[in-house]
Design a protein around this ligand. Sequence first.
Ligand code: HEM
Length: 560
Amino acid sequence: MSKSFSAADVASHNKPDNLYIIVDEDVYDLTTFQDEHPGGKKILTRVAGKDASKQFWKYHNDGILKKYKAKLQVGSLDTKKSAAPPTPPATPPPAEKKEAVKPQAESGTVVPMPSKSAKEVVDHTQEEALDPYGDLIPFADPSWYQGFHSPYFNESHAALREEVRDWVSEKIEPFVGEWEEARKVPDEIYKEMGTRGYLAGLMGMHYPTEYTDNRIKSVAPEKWDLFHEMLVTDELSRAGSGGFVWNVIGGFGIGCPPLVKFGKKEVVKRVLPEILNGDKRICLAITEPDAGSDVANLSCEAKLTPDGKHYIVNGEKKWITNGVWCDYFSTAVRTGTPESGAAGVSMLLIERSMGGVSTRKMDCQGVWSSGTTYITFEDVKVPVENLIGKENQGFKVIMTNFNHERIGIIIQCLRFSRVCYEESIKYAHKRRTFGKKLIEHPVIRLKLAHMARQIEASYAWLESLIHQISHMPEQLAMLRLGGPIAGLKAQATVTFEFCAREASQIFGGLSYSRGGQGGKVERLYRDVRAYAIPGGSEEIMLDLSIRQSLRVGKVMGMKL
Ligand code: HEM
């Protein structure tokens, strides 16, 4: 791999049975790969022995190199500098030192004037901006990645961001396409979610050191906050696959918190360590073939045995994320009469090992690798100790869970929107039509601008709500923030749908076929409905956002 070649050496490997090429000063042996090259054999023969960097970048994303490097790279050119890649400056260079550069405002641009008042704001918050990080493409990452000041993020968040991003770029993003087609993420990735300590940090609560020895490398448990949790989800979502994100946090993130918060201590102690370690899996089983948003109407029944020691569960659950791989199911059941509505619902931890649990994978429009499942419970005998919360008070458990679930959906949708935007803006800088790069066409810039403004506005609302949640007891947050979170959930899914559509228009045919340069956009477009419907459909969310907020307003003394 570390062999050094001169350009003349490489040029001698210019035959179909001995075919080398150069990409960015690295040398690849494509002799055997050419037969399986999706772009064809002939096109490679034409660049055999040559520097094919320009042609390569015209047709591929950088994920391709990450995926194939280990297999195909045989060395580098002797001219290649072994220097480490340039790191961004520790702090953005002060503007006054760059005297030669005079800002040339384009029509409509407001040139920021450094003023005393701006300085005072910085002094007032006592916050230094963090170092710039990432590709620095405006709006492709949150503004605090680009040296903007933020009251919410500090060095520990920056360290975590890097930790997760490194893992995602190396071990996940290049492979999610394959996993999606295979409808499964490798078990070792889920296991790593546990050993890296991420599962333990994704429950909308303090880091549960009492149940796991796993620790997150860059953040001490006592420092863990909801912005760290947000970052893990956000950076995982950069892989650009709802299927992947739901595989690793979909079932766990909504199925585990009810158990931890409301389960009996002995049960939690028995099952939680293995779950947090990534050895056993848990999901949330609420939705039924006949009860989606209308949770109070569910009919999966749990009948108490005459000795009062067990419930016998019978019924069906549908669209349950991760169900096929799960050992535990936090399940909503009817313990009251059929007419009892919300007042007759309880939550039970059902264990696959109890028998009578059948799961079947469902074929869906999107999130293919998430394991959407149809479940049948047939005479499952569940000990009463497995009750989560109190009998007939499961609705409270379900409601308490919703804010956390919806915040997760919002974070994912906004990052997927950014992925659509980022893919589009990168592609717009290389694709030429009618003698110009796409980015030089105003109509394309307009699309990008409409994407960016919606992403940034929604993200700012998200940050503000996470800040509120961090400062409120959970029950209060459920009441006061339920409305705004529901509103933002609708805002985020609509933004995602918009961005997926606009990105698809920019990519054209490349996002209509699967894989390749438009692959992420095509996949995310298919995932849109998986976000707009579950966790409260857009219609239900918008209605709730007003109803719930009015209820709170009334209590607060609102004057109409
Ligand atoms: C290290 C060398 C290369 C590898 C590993 C590679 C791999 C791939 C892969 C996996 C695809 C499928 C689409 C995707 O996932 O992006 C693809 C498509 C393609 N490749 Fe390559 N390739 C290499 C070099 C080249 C070179 C040098 C050229 C041009 C001279 C080329 C031209 C194409 C074309 C035209 C397509 C089809 C694009 C489309 O469907 O729009 N490839 N390649």
